[in-house]
Design a binder for this molecule. Structure first.
Ligand SMILES: [Zn+2]
Length: 227
């Protein structure tokens, strides 16, 4: 049980110790709205008050003022719950934004919503890059004519999430030595920009090699990578 006083102007509650009644003949100034009132005219008893930092001051002798505790009133409680809900919402949005790339890759259907959520924050949603989960299942390199070649390959996404399509580095060799190296960006492979989870994707590319060089080409090396 605690003795409390209620400011008659702003209805803020403060806990009161018996000795506070004797300071300045019991006249106090509300720490919140500065209203002056006689504390002994506004006394109540209350079970288990929850303290927060606030105080009232005796009117004429502030140097002897003692810190008193404020009881949260109904308005304060409402404000606390609203603030808590707002903070939780902000935390949730932060968490979603922090994990947006992972979420968009796991659940591609969420990607448009995540892009929309990102707009006010000027952020982007990327598809995940995971070189460990992308494998080249097969590849072939064929000469079609003197200087015309075709490269074909099957790429598999081994993971459970959608992954960004990697770029390709194709090295043409002559007697074991690299004679020509080409880097083909993901956008020019003829593949979608994202590789679906647990799926294979095949592609082929035609290109020409200078006649002087093409006669010597007898092999190739292909490597997928994220620039
Ligand atoms: Zn007040």
């Amino acid at each position: 049980m605690a003795i409390v006083t209620l400011c008659p102007q702003c209805q803020t509650g403060f806990t009161v110790q018996p000795e506070h009644l004797s300071l300045a003949d019991g006249w106090v100034r509300c720490g919140l709205c500065t209203h002056v009132f006689a504390v002994d005219k506004h006394l109540y008893e209350m079970d288990d008050p929850k303290p927060v930092q606030e105080f009232i001051q005796p009117l004429s002798r502030p140097e002897q003022a003692r810190a008193l505790e404020v009881l949260p009133g109904k308005n304060d409680e409402w404000f606390s719950y609203t603030a808590l809900a707002a903070m939780s919402l902000v935390l949730c949005i932060q968490l979603v934004l922090f994990q947006r790339h992972w979420l968009a890759s796991r659940v591609p259907e969420l990607a448009p919503a995540l892009v929309g959520l990102c707009q006010p924050f000027s952020c982007d949603v990327y598809v995940l890059l995971d070189p460990e989960q992308v494998s080249m299942e097969s590849s072939s390199f064929k000469r079609l004519a003197d200087k015309d070649f075709v490269f074909e390959a099957v790429v598999r996404n081994l993971g459970d999430a959608e992954l960004a399509t990697p770029a390709l580095e194709l090295s043409l060799t002559s007697q074991g030595q690299v004679s020509l190296r080409k880097v083909i960006p993901a956008t020019e492979l003829g593949l979608p920009l994202a590789l679906q989870a647990r799926r294979t994707h095949s592609f082929s590319m035609h290109f020409n090699v200078e006649p002087a060089m093409s006669a010597d080409i007898d092999g190739f090396k292909a490597l997928l990578f994220y620039p």
